[in-house]
Design a protein around this ligand. Sequence first.
Ligand code: PMP
Length: 463
Amino acid sequence: MGVETPTTGTAAVDRNRIAELTRAEMEKLKSRTANSREHWERAKKVMPGGVPSSFQSIEPWPIFIERGEGSRVWDVDGNEYSDFHNGFGVVVVGHGNPKVAAAVQARAPLGTHFAAPTDGSIRVAEELRSRFELPQWRFTNSGTEATMDAVHLARAVTGRDMILKIEGSYHGHHDAVMVSVYPELEELGDRDDPRSIVFGEGYPRALTELTRAVPFNDADALEAALNKLEGQVAGMIMEPAMMNINIIPPVDGYLERVRELTSAHGVKLIFDEVKTGCTIARGGATERFGVRADMVTLAKTTFGAYPGGAVGMTEEIAPLIADGAYHQYGTFNGNPLVMAAAHAALSEVLTPDAYKKLEATNEKLLSGLQGIIDRHGLPCYPEGMAAKGCVIFASEPIREYRDYLQRVDGELATLAWLYHMNHDIFMTPGVEEEWTLSVAHSDDDVQRYLDAFEAFARDVTGS
Ligand code: PMP
């Protein structure tokens, strides 16, 4: 549940002081990570930006990791970190989890790929059905592929083309969802009629208008959009709790109304649970908030730190695939190695007790942070649920993307990240991310995080 009533301080933030501290901490990070820089120089010659995925590009350079164990990772300079980044919210089982490793080691000598179904895919689908209240599942290799299939299926089952999404949300990098991802304030247009803004080059402008955005946490705005676009909208894709602009939980009653409105307008509701799935509860947001969508997309945590994805669907939608009307393809779908890892993770590691432990560890971290924020009067607040959490650098709670754009203090967020890195906390870069705990995180890891944050709070406020 997170900290029930987060409070923020009102200490005035001295911009010169922040700029000075940022310069000093950036120099410190550079000097601690000289080998990463060498790797990066070499990498740039063979990979654009020197990274395999653009999300891995950071200032001053990407930190190259050598190995991980439990809650810890080591970079190529030998720095040991408590890992709160956790592979962008993937490794809830902990690095090198022995149960997952044993399942993969047992599977590997028997062959790692057939492109024919194996028992493993049935067992994982059964596990997902029991967690997410959807009867039928197909596998993919990533979250991007899962949301792509879900969008296609919504179109296939309704015979309509248009997709609704939440303003300021990321669902992977295929055409239909690379719209209104992180638009600039001046591009947004009216809140009750936001412009569709393509996110980057390479996406056909002819498709951009087929995706429309609505603000999060505002069922009336959704109702107005559905009325205006009556008969045109195939599906609505959303994260039930937003997790790519820090964490924004749904306000009471919002998801229930989204469910009612989409049903009433014949629009398929897609919960993108790539981040919330198997992290905020055993059955993700579906379980935690008690609302059932027509489709759920999964990836990240669900596959035991191996590269998998899935799309779950109702009995109404499944025949479109079974009958061949929609072509859900993929050479590596249901790969036996990935299925072995996922099955071990879901059945042996991410048990009901594991969620109790994650919740308790997160509570310690969130309440410790609240104490530091209160003591130093910092203008920010903690937010979190089960394995997920963050500090939001805004002096009042944010409810949607426009709040995030206007209220979140990016300079403070960046400085906090530098303090974490320099205090041996491996943390997601950027303003918009959050931490992910694993079952291996201990009180010691929590204390390290709190100590890093305390040092940051002390220096920023000069207290
Ligand atoms: N949906 C959400 C909500 C995500 O956060 C992400 C990735 N961060 C994706 C989809 C895409 O997943 P992937 O990177 O596995 O393609």
